[in-house]
Every structure is written in structure tokens, then in C-alpha cells.
Design a protein around this ligand. Sequence first.
Ligand SMILES: Nc1ncnc2c1ncn2[C@@H]1O[C@H](COP(=O)(O)OP(=O)(O)O)[C@@H](O)[C@H]1O
Ligand SMILES: [Mg+2]
Length: 303
Amino acid sequence: MFIIKTRNLTKKFKDLLAVDDVNLEVEKGECFGLLGPNGAGKTSLIRMITAVSPPTRGDIQVLGNDLKTHARQAKAILGVVPQLDNLDPDLTVLQNLMTFARYFDIPKHEAHRRSMEILNLLELSNKRNSRIKELSGGMKRRLLIARGLINLPQIVVLDEPTIGLDPQGKYLVWDKLAELKSQGVTQLLCTQNMEEATVLCDRVAIMHQGKILSLGTPQGLIAQYAGSEVWEIEPTAEERDKTVKELESRGLGFEEVGSKIHVFQVEGSQVSRGLVESPERVRRRPATLEDVFFRLTGRSLAE
Ligand SMILES: Nc1ncnc2c1ncn2[C@@H]1O[C@H](COP(=O)(O)OP(=O)(O)O)[C@@H](O)[C@H]1O
Ligand SMILES: [Mg+2]
């Protein structure tokens, strides 16, 4: 069953097509990832889905509610975790949650009960009376997630939930998101971190210049576009032409990445011999979503 559905969704800023004719279907209970580099259009897309910014063209349904006519009903079942920290610095952690609960007309005692429960889930209970400026980056991120859960949403929309966090903070957020998913909360997650998408998402849409270029499970996309293994070859300047010719004659898919050549769809049994003189100039590694992005766009995610 589709819990979010977009049809021909488009957002234009003057001449810029930030979101270009996007058709998406997010299934109930899944973690759906929008993976793309800075400027791909991820934030613009989810701002339309969360009824923050109106589409230039196209339709959105959230649990059967058309956003054009039923934005209020849709907002009631959505939790939103924005990319930028917009917590109130003058309030404590608990007060931030209680204040936010008022937007949803949640009675005060219920708001308090939920806040305590959600703070517990995100390991922030002992910080409930702290001011925002006393929190680390990771704690602020977790509080933003906590705030997005105050209306007990069926769907949480998260915009780059771990950007700028140290590894420890990042892994804790990943744990919490996995826990939420196991409780049946659907997630729509924007990220430019391919590891995040691989670890958390059931399905991923690869986004670039406003368009969805491909969509599937992380492993399915990797298998389709890159195979199981990638060779990174670094030929010397003299042997480069010969290496390229050899790859072409073997019919292998490859991309030139700076001084290196990435070779895709190679299997363990294939030999890299004959491509370069020195075996140290061939590195073999498992394929990743970064390779998928590269094959689709000729660029890397972190530009
Ligand atoms: N309010 C706005 N006005 C004009 N251009 C915008 C606005 N918001 C985003 N853009 C542009 O739209 C494109 C997509 O941006 P965004 O949706 O923020 O991408 P992402 O979240 O993937 O980094 C970018 O080129 C960005 O500069
Ligand atoms: Mg963004």
C-alpha cells in the first residue's frame, strides 16, 4: 500500500527546475531514501510533500489525502525533521517539545507524557531541562527527530538527519531510525551519504538535477549498474591509452575518474591481468551506491 504518492511533481524557481516531473510511491512501513548530491532537489521535493511549499505542477497524496484539498489531514500524520536546526534557543529541551505539541492541539498532560517517552527513546531524558546551547550537535539532531515525533506520525520525513555529525553521533541516529522503523513508522529520508542510504533504506531513488534517475533496493541498484566488484585501475600516463583500448576490447563498462579508471560489472573470476604492467595499480573493492551514481551521471556524489 502506498502511503505517499506523487504525480508529475515539479518545482520551478524562476528558470530553475529544482524538481522535474517526479513520480514517487512510498510504501507503508518502508524507509525510502532520496539520495543525491547538494542541489539535486531533495529538500525542494520534501518541502512540497510536507505541504510547506506549493508545487509548481503535479499532485501529491499522503495516505489518500490530496494535499491540494486536505493539507491539514496530511500534516497531522506527518512528522518533519528539517535540515536546519530551528529549535528555540531560549527554551529547554522539554519546553521545545511541549511548545511544538501545541501546534497539534495535544493536551498538556498528554504532551508531557509523550515528550518524556520520546526523550527516552532518543536517549535525551537526562537533558530534558538543559538549554539548547548546552547540547552537542548530535543531541540537537536527536531533539529535532524527537520533535518530529510529537504528533505520533505514521510517516517521518527527515532531511539529512546526520549531516555534520561525528561518527558516534551518526551511528546513534542510525540506530534510532532503525528502531523507529521496527515500530512501523514509515520514513522518507533525504541524504547525500551513500552509506546512510545503504544502511537504512529499503529502497532508494537516485536524484540528480531535479530528476529521479533510477530507483530500487540498494543491492538491486548496485547489482544493476556496478556489479558486485569494482576495479580501480591507475595506469601510468604512458600505458593509459593501451589500458582503455584493452577494456574496450573486453567489452567492460568503465568510467575515467581523474587519474583512475573504474571498471564495473567485473566478477571475481575475471582477471585484471594485461590491463596494466604493475599489479599494484589495480585495486579491487565491493561496488557501492556511489558507483551507481557515478555510472548514471559521470560524477561523484560529493561534489
Ligand atoms: N527558495 C529557493 N529559491 C531559489 N532557488 C532555490 C530555492 N530553494 C532551492 N533552490 C535551488 O533549487 C535547487 C535544488 O535545491 P535543494 O532542493 O535545496 O537541493 P538539495 O536539498 O538536494 O541540496 C538548487 O539549485 C537550489 O539552489
Ligand atoms: Mg537539502
